[in-house]
Design a protein. Structure first.
Length: 156
């Protein structure tokens, strides 16, 4: 496995099997994206109130959302990259709202697992620097996440 993933389920609604699928899926994505071995990712499953507070405090949007990512390897203006011989990359954290994932799975007519996988890949790609602020960025990122999910076999 390429990634070391630390799962935290604040909802107690995500099964071990579902976490195993997400772990395999994100390792598959990491392989495609040539992520270095030992890279670390945190994934938290939360309720709508918790993600609403995070969304408000960090993004200025006082409403629940489906997924939020916090990239740790992203350099801000004036920051210097720290390079160490044996230090695994700390990619960051992905926070997923379980109620939103269930709601969206029903809305889009696919399984909860497919939606959970989609949100995990979406958040993971953000950790790797992908974004969708412009039309061109959106095309690249959404095409990549669709390709990863389809090639892995987690389709609608």
């Amino acid at each position: 496995m390429i990634l070391n993933i630390d799962f935290i389920d604040e909802t107690n609604e995500v099964t071990k099997e579902q976490m195993d699928i997400i772990e395999r899926l994100l390792n598959y994505a990491a392989e495609i994206e040539r992520v270095p071995n030992g890279a670390e990712v945190g994934i938290s499953f939360v309720d709508n109130e918790r993600i609403r507070i995070i969304n408000r405090d960090y993004r200025g949007k006082d409403k629940p959302t489906d997924v939020i990512s916090f990239a740790l390897e992203e350099k801000g203006e004036g920051e210097v990259e720290i390079v160490g011989a044996d230090i695994p990359p700390l990619l960051g954290d992905i926070i997923i709202s379980i109620p939103k994932a269930k709601e969206q799975a029903q809305e889009y007519g696919h399984s909860f697992m497919r939606e959970l996988g989609f949100l995990a890949v979406h958040g993971f790609l953000h950790l790797l620097g992908y974004d969708h602020k412009t039309e061109e960025e959106e095309k690249v990122m959404f095409s990549k996440q669709k390709d990863i999910l389809e090639r892995y076999g987690l389709t609608r």
